[in-house]
Ligand binder design. Sequence first.
Ligand SMILES: [Ca+2]
Ligand SMILES: [Ca+2]
Ligand SMILES: [Ca+2]
Ligand SMILES: [Ca+2]
Length: 322
Amino acid sequence: MRLKNIGVFVLVFLIIWSCKKDDDSPGTIVPPRSIIEVAAEDDAEIREFLSTHFFNYEEFQNVEEGFDFKIRFDTIAGDNEGKTSILDSGSLPGIEFGMEKITVASAGFGVSDEEVAEHTFYYLIARQGTSENTPTIGDNVVLRYEGSLLDGTLFDASSNQPITFNLSGVVQGFGNGVEYFKSGTDLIVNGDGTVSYSDYGIGAIFIPSGLAYFNRGSGSSIPAYAPLIFKVDIFTFEEDTDFDGDGIPSILEDIDGDGNLNNDNTDGDTEFNVFLANYNDTDDDADGIPTREEIVLDEEGNFVEFKDTDGDGTPDHLDRDS
Ligand SMILES: [Ca+2]
Ligand SMILES: [Ca+2]
Ligand SMILES: [Ca+2]
Ligand SMILES: [Ca+2]
């Protein structure tokens, strides 16, 4: 009887609480907005920023002794009236190639309206690195970054020492952007054992919220639906990173080839309370045989090719019956 009363009390409390949610008090849960609408708004906000701001391009063009190679943004106004906007600076190569567009479904944020929207991200290259290749979305990259909102509020930054990120383990738009940067080539070991790099790539990435935190925001510093700016220094990267060490370079574990490694999980039906995408799973098909033993590796353990023993078009490491 008492338990039942408690049950009624809890129910009443929940009803009162959920009625209160309709007002705008802190902690209000608002249904997620349409990703199509938000994508268009975010793009307009980013383009507004890019057309009303400039970066210190002159310092990058005529490098003087003591320049710290840091990007600085400022408004085109007053003494800076004559500056060229970021949008017109010629330093957004994506614009020349028709922009970089990425399709995102609202379902990726747990939103059930089944909307899909094309998102544009913009990347500014202040200095192109000198490496031969650029990293892929599967690679480990050694970098430094600084994240801010469009109004300049800094929400996160790495310390001055380089850190390593796997591009599939960070905010999607960040990884998509870094793929366009070349890194440095020279590693300098300093007297105190620390390392530094020369000729590395320097730039910034401007991403809509649909390629970041969308309706969730992050912590107290990133509100919902906030476009983000990341300034980045790309020092070096591990080519063909094999994140899970199963013998297959991560980029080859993008089964549907959409540039997103987090949505390929062959044995998802066997995984409860976990989600190990193939690039992070050492037995991709959960048949008990490690992936490493179901592919062809050379003597040094480098990937050579996939096997398809029963010739059904599905490679052995993704095929439970071979
Ligand atoms: Ca792998
Ligand atoms: Ca994929
Ligand atoms: Ca898996
Ligand atoms: Ca297997």
